[in-house]
Design a protein around this ligand. Structure first.
Ligand SMILES: Cc1ncc(COP(=O)(O)O)c(C=O)c1O
Length: 358
C-alpha cells in the first residue's frame, strides 16, 4: 500500500494539482459512486461539510437546528457558525443515536433542520426522522463523519437526508493523511451552491456570485483517499469481525454492556464503545496494562463550559448524560489481532474481578 500512496502523491506533485483540481474531482466521482449518491463535494474537513451544507440550505440567523448532545462538538459548532441555534434532543439508549420520539418536544416555529449523528458508525433511525422532517418542512443533514460505508436499511449512511457530511480526519474509517471532508447529496442545486461556496463564492474564476470561504479539499488528500477508498469495504468488514469477537468474549460479563447493532443497521464500528459503570477505574486499569482506550465523549455538549449560554442544565438529557459517564472505547482498528482482543478482554475481566473496582 505504501507504494500506492507514493505513486498517488507523486502524480499530484507532478501535475501541481494541490488545491482542488483533477484529483479532487476524481475522488468526488469515486466517493459519490461508492455512496450511491448523485454528487460528492470535497471540502477541507467534516466541520466545513456540515457548515457549508447548512449555509447552502439557507440556514442562518434566528433559525434553530435540532441535533444530539452526545456528539463531537463540531456538529454544534457548525450550527453556531451559521448564526443558528443548536437545540438538543436525547438519544436512544441502545443505539446511542437521536431518539426520533424526542423530536416533537424541541420543535418550534424557528426549527429549520435536523442533524442526526451516526455515532460510532451506526446510523440513526432515519425513517421516523425523515417523516417528522417532512411533516414539518425541515431539512435533514446527516452527520456521517463516523459512518463511512455504514448502511441504513441497505442504503449508505449520508445518502438518506438532504445532505450527508463526512470527515476524513486521519483516524476515521476512511482517513486522509491530514484534514479533509465531503458532502454527498442527490440535490443538484444544493451541490452547485456548495461547489461555489467552498471556493470563495466563485462560479467562474474571479466571478463571485456568493460570499463564500476557502473550504477546498487538497489534491494530495484526494489522491490518498482514492487509494484508501478501494480498501474501505474490506477494512469495514474487518472492523465488524473484530466487534463480533469482542461481543462474544464480553458476553458473559454482566457489568459490561456491549454495543447493539440495530435491526435496520450495518454498523461500521468506527468506535467500539462498551458501557461500564466504573468506567474511569476500568480505563485506568486497562491503561496501566498497556491498553490505550478512549472516552467519546466525557462531557455532553450542553454541559460544556463554552456552551453554557444555551441555557441547558444537568438532567436535561439523562440518557446522553449517563452514556457520557459509562462509555469506554476499546481498541478498534482493522489490523487488531485476535490475540490483542483476547488480552483486552482478559484485562477487562481482571478489572472486574480483581478488586480493582470498589
Ligand atoms: C460526529 C462528528 N462530526 C463532525 C466531525 C468534524 O469533522 P472534522 O474533524 O473533519 O472537521 C467529527 C470529527 O471528528 C465527528 O466525529
Amino acid at each position: 500500500m505504501i507504494n500506492e500512496f507514493g505513486d498517488a502523491i507523486r502524480k499530484v506533485i507532478e501535475s501541481s494539482a494541490f488545491a482542488g483540481g483533477s484529483f479532487v474531482e476524481r475522488f468526488e466521482e469515486e466517493f459519490a459512486a461508492y455512496c450511491g449518491s448523485a454528487h460528492a463535494l470535497g471540502v477541507g474537513n467534516g466541520t466545513d461539510a456540515l457548515w457549508l451544507s447548512m449555509l447552502a440550505l439557507g440556514i442562518g440567523e434566528g433559525d434553530e437546528v435540532i441535533t444530539v448532545p452526545n456528539t463531537f462538538v463540531a456538529t454544534a459548532e457548525a450550527i453556531v457558525c451559521c448564526k443558528a441555534q443548536p437545540v438538543f434532543v436525547d438519544v436512544d439508549e441502545n443505539t446511542f443515536t437521536m431518539d426520533p420520539a424526542e423530536l416533537k418536544k424541541s420543535l418550534t416555529e424557528r426549527t429549520k433542520a435536523i442533524i442526526p449523528v451516526h455515532l460510532f458508525g451506526q446510523p440513526a433511525d432515519m425513517d421516523p426522522i425523515l417523516e417528522f422532517a417532512r411533516m414539518h418542512g425541515l431539512f435533514v443533514i446527516e452527520d456521517a463523519a463516523q459512518a463511512h460505508g455504514a448502511r441504513y436499511k441497505g442504503r449508505k449512511a449520508g445518502t438518506i437526508g438532504d445532505a450527508g457530511c463526512f470527515s476524513f480526519y486521519p483516524g476515521k474509517n476512511l482517513g486522509a493523511f491530514g484534514e479533509a471532508g465531503a458532502v454527498v447529496t442527490n440535490d443538484t442545486d444544493l451541490a452547485e451552491k456548495i461547489r461555489i461556496l467552498r471556493d470563495h463564492g466563485q462560479s467562474q474564476k474571479y466571478h463571485h456570485t456568493m460570499i463564500g470561504w476557502n473550504c477546498r479539499m487538497d489534491g494530495i488528500q484526494a489522491a490518498v483517499l482514492s487509494v484508501k477508498l478501494r480498501h474501505l469495504e474490506r477494512a469495514n468488514l474487518l472492523r465488524r469481525h473484530r466487534a463480533s469477537l469482542y461481543n462474544e468474549a464480553l458476553a458473559g460479563l454482566d457489568e459490561v454492556a456491549t454495543p447493539v447493532e440495530a435491526d435496520y443497521a450495518r454498523h461500521v464500528y468506527h468506535i467500539y464503545a462498551v458501557c461500564v459503570q466504573e468506567r474511569d477505574e476500568v480505563r485506568r486499569f486497562l491503561e496501566a496494562n498497556g491498553i490505550g482506550c478512549g472516552v467519546h465523549y466525557p462531557i455532553p455538549i450542553h454541559l460544556q463550559e463554552a456552551w453554557g449560554n444555551l441555557g441547558y442544565f444537568e438532567g436535561a438529557f439523562p440518557i446522553a448524560e449517563n452514556l457520557a459517564k459509562e462509555f469506554l472505547s476499546l481498541p478498534m482498528f482493522p489490523e487488531l489481532a485476535e490475540g490483542q482482543i483476547e488480552y483486552v478482554v482478559c484485562c477487562v475481566r481482571e478489572a472486574m474481578g480483581a478488586g480493582v473496582l470498589v
